[in-house]
Design a protein around this ligand. Structure first.
Ligand SMILES: Nc1ncnc2c1ncn2[C@@H]1O[C@H](COP(=O)(O)OP(=O)(O)OP(=O)(O)O)[C@@H](O)[C@H]1O
Length: 361
């Protein structure tokens, strides 16, 4: 039994429920027989991956849906062995080069070279090129991005890249200028609601309009999140009611509780406790920037105007360091320590002011 997010993921361009103009644009691109390198960008859960797979399906037919997982072993110049997981069909290969951490450059170079030189990948198809889908290109180091740019030029005769990322801000301009940018905006609340109703109807369950509206709102316009939420609501209560509570994912509740701990006590002991919780989250593959974002959102709720600005500036600084360094936990912890000291000062000043007022009386 699969989750609704997987079960109802459209597989063909004409079946995509929103951004119809974008779907027809992609169809025209495929019909033209050839296409440039593509760069899909947009917020999480907007449907980038779904559109990429639909485009491949349009190009190669159902063959692209027969996927297999493969592990590739790569040796770095310093003789370190790296294992990388790829998802392949007979027509394309997909992987996430930033999984290799600081060795992402080697991975990009080696894997693309092997693919471009391999002539068996695309036997049944009439197309003269192979497609490589690279995820999270915005998380690649600068070196890896420059290497990617060179590889793009070198193998452009027999290899097309489809790059996917959340924001192009962290993608170097030589890559951006060599790709056709395809922006996939987040679906609107109405579009999300409509899809939720469609899925529930298919499942034979009644979804109250008020509940679908609340889920769309709480999903932050992330369709995956919305579909997971509606399925969680269905499991929690059947039939669903308009006023039922919407369960948050476990990891989100865990971050919320971590923020509560930070606000409750600011001490080295508490910092140690927070560290082990952040480790726990990372062990469950919650990305460091997501932990930072959600933690920040919870923490600023308890800050006043001027402190809010200070905390957000500090968070931006530490988030930037996460991308520069190789151990995100250090920077998350450093941010928590900084927040604790700011918050303690804020509480003490508040207490001081209160005492002054009492003295005046
Ligand atoms: N046009 C659509 N109609 C209905 N459901 C869709 C559509 N596009 C996407 N979905 C659903 O939304 C979910 C999220 O989409 P997808 O994985 O493509 O997002 P994404 O933008 O690649 O997200 P991320 O950046 O987080 O990987 C999918 O699992 C799918 O079920």
């Amino acid at each position: 039994m699969s989750l609704w997010v997987d079960k109802y993921r459209p597989t063909q361009l004409h079946k995509l429920d929103y951004h119809h103009a974008l779907s027809s644009q992609l169809k025209r691109l495929v019909d033209s027989g050839d296409f440039p390198h593509l760069l899909f960008f947009g917020p999480s859960g907007a449907g980038k991956k779904t559109r990429i797979m639909c485009t491949l399906r349009e190009m190669y037919g159902v063959g692209v849906e027969r996927l297999r997982i493969e592990n590739i072993n790569i040796q770095t110049p310093s003789n370190k062995k790296i294992e990388l997981t790829t998802i392949n069909s007979n027509h394309h290969i997909e992987f996430n080069p930033s999984d290799a951490g600081i060795y992402d450059r080697v991975v990009v170079q080696e894997v693309l070279k092997n693919i471009a030189q391999m002539h068996t990948l695309d036997t049944g198809s009439q197309r003269g090129f192979k497609v490589v889908v690279l995820n999270e290109v915005d998380k690649l180091t600068r070196e890896a991005q420059h290497s990617l740019r060179r590889t793009m030029e070198k193998y452009s005769s027999n290899c097309r890249l489809i790059l996917c990322c959340n924001s192009t801000g962290k993608v170097i301009s030589p890559i951006r200028s060599r790709c056709l940018g395809i922006r996939v905006p987040a679906p609107s609340h109405e579009e999300i609601s409509r899809i939720l109703h469609y899925v529930c109807k298919k499942e034979g369950v009644v979804l109250p309009t008020e509940l679908s509206g609340r889920i769309a709102e709480m999903s932050r316009r992330n369709l995956r999140r919305a579909l997971l939420m509606v399925e969680a609501c269905r499991v929690q209560q059947h039939p669903m009611s308009p006023e039922q509570s919407i369960p948050l994912p476990d990891w989100e509740q865990y971050i919320k509780q971590t923020a509560d701990l930070i606000l409750m006590e600011q001490s080295p002991k508490q910092l140690l406790e927070v560290r082990s919780r952040v480790y726990e989250l990372m062990a469950h593959v919650i990305p460091a920037d997501v932990i930072m974002k959600y933690l920040l959102e919870e923490l600023v709720k308890s800050c006043d105007g001027s402190m809010k600005a200070e905390v957000i500036t500090a968070a931006a600084e530490f988030e930037h360091r996460i991308h520069l360094g190789s151990k995100p936990i250090f920077h998350i912890e450093a941010f928590v320590a900084k927040f604790m000291s700011m918050y303690k000062r804020f509480l003490e000043e508040g207490l001081g002011n209160l005492q002054d007022i009492e003295m005046d009386f």
